[in-house]
Ligand binder design. Sequence first.
Ligand code: GLU
Length: 282
Amino acid sequence: MSFATRFAPSPTGPLHLGHAFSALLAHDMAGAAGGRFLLRIEDIDHSRARPKWETQIYDDLAWLGLSWPTPVMRQSDRQPAYDAALDELWARGLLFPCTCTRADIAAATAAPQEGAPLLGPDGVIYPGTCRARHTGPRPRDVALRLNMGRAARDGEFAETGAVPGAVRFTASDLIDGVGDVVLARRGMGTSYHLAVVLDDAAQGITHVVRGTDLAEATRIHVLLQQLLGLPTPVYHHHRLIRDDAGRRLAKRDDARALSKYRAEGATPADIRRRVGLDDGLA
Ligand code: GLU
């Protein structure tokens, strides 16, 4: 299969140097492999996504010298695909509705004899309060969690990665170290994990290029691919771009916004140099 990768920003703030690195690296890898570089707008969080940020994403990426096929996939157009997958997982008894608040989860995991609550890729590992609540048709407008014990039963999963090599994990790594992750958020109709897996498959992505901050989440994605009969791409998790104090850049970190560098007269070559892409440091 020919190489296809993507850059999948959420239009919830300005792109910064870290995004530029990720997008340039993916674009370079696609170019070197004679493959395709696709763009996807991850706008499932309606409360935070803004058209002005989407416009700014196109503008910044074009300024960097990137090009991509249109029309661009937007997650807000993909609800039917997310619903179909949720219906299938619900019918297989792998989901349950969850009405716990953050406070409920904190209270349920704060038993003094248990020590500090265990953390997984999505934060505190869900204590299982609502797990037995699977009845009738799939409810809407309530969070749906994956019953990880059932989903991961007897599985052994391999994630292939260009760097640093294949990572293996077992069903108990998923059950104890990840737990019952949310696959549909209340008021959103899906979640990052479900959407990203379905969209990568729909776009024919063979290589996922993204930061090491998402490496832990990859186990969830590989499991979902296996449950839904989808291919697992090669994962390349790249280093993170940090500020001078060594902190990872965040969306709110406007000081590192690409538009700010542009306004100050930086060129795309300056940005490449600033993120170490001219030194073979990818
Ligand atoms: N939309 C995610 C973000 O902006 C990236 C998801 C991914 O690359 O898998 O952090």
